[in-house]
Design a binder for this molecule. Structure first.
Ligand code: FAD
Length: 252
């Protein structure tokens, strides 16, 4: 899995502090900015988050590029609606040999790995066969309708791959770029750093948080699963590992 923080709003902690202070202040942003210090930003942001005044967090966004994740994982990511997404298209990109993600639990058992890889090979063969069959049908129709050979070939291939891709599995590798504001990221990290989230999105969320802490340490110092901030809210579903989980996220 590759995770890269591509860009973010400059001076994220200062921007949020200024926006929030403006709500409670008689003076304008110039005066607010003059009086800001690292210490006052730290104190103010902590207070803001504790009282739940979260809308100023929306002024700051972070953009990530993620590669080598499965479509199963990307499907979980895009359930987070307060975000913007761009994902590699299987409609426009023909996959001559699709890449796939093997879950570790499968990879470490030889027999399971073989069954898995065999299924991937069969999927690719089926895709190739369907592309050929569909291409021929669309190409002939397009020629009949008066398209020249070059255009017919281009359009027939596109039409063929957009239907053939239906045989691709959840394991299929994908790439995406997404942008979330800080408020939405808090929600994403609360849920997806938790042991209850699946391993792949949890690995992604944890690496995102590690990178976020480097550029905005005050904003993200208490981020991670909910148990980092208070008691575990998962009830019977708790992992029961609260001490080690808190330690892990404190030292991320
Ligand atoms: C451990 C785990 C298991 C899961 N299992 C399942 C499952 O079995 N099936 C399944 O379908 N999903 C499942 N999900 C996905 C989950 O239900 C959410 O869709 C996902 O976590 C996105 O969260 P969200 O809606 O809070 O995020 P966002 O869509 O980013 O929304 C952020 C916040 O905005 C507010 N909001 C957004 N849209 C609306 C709206 N239309 N109305 C009111 N408020 C809104 C809410 O306060 C929301 O929390 C699971 C998630 C986790 C973490």
């Amino acid at each position: 899995m590759k995770v890269k923080l591509l860009s973010y709003t400059p001076e994220p902690e200062k921007v949020i502090s200024m926006a929030a202070k403006l709500c409670y202040s008689a003076v304008g942003v110039d005066d607010i900015e003059k009086n800001l210090t690292d210490e006052s930003i730290d104190k103010f942001l902590n207070m803001l988050i504790n009282i739940g005044h979260e809308s100023p967090l929306e002024h700051v966004s972070f953009t990530f590029a993620v590669e080598e994740i499965s479509r199963a994982c990307s499907h979980q990511i895009v359930r987070h609606r307060i975000a913007s997404y761009s994902q590699q298209s299987q409609r426009y990109v023909k996959l001559n040999q699709f890449e796939y993600i093997i879950p570790q639990e499968i990879n470490e058992i030889e027999e399971a790995r073989e069954v898995f890889i065999d299924a991937m090979k069969k999927d690719q063969e089926t895709y190739d066969k369907l592309v050929d069959i569909l291409f021929e049908k669309h190409y002939n129709n397009l020629i009949k309708s008066g398209k020249n050979e070059k255009e017919a070939k281009r359009d027939a291939e596109k039409k063929a791959i957009e239907d053939a891709r239906y045989v691709f599995p959840n394991a299929c590798e994908t790439k995406m770029v997404f942008t979330m504001n800080t408020r939405s990221l808090y929600n994403f990290l609360d849920h997806r750093c938790c042991e209850r989230a699946q391993w792949e999105i949890r690995e992604l969320a944890t690496e995102m948080l590690r990178q976020l802490k480097q550029v905005a340490p005050i904003l993200f110092k208490n981020s991670g699963p909910n148990c980092v901030k208070g008691p575990c809210p998962e009830g019977k579903m708790t992992c029961g590992e609260i001490v080690s989980i808190r330690e892990k996220f404190k030292n991320l």
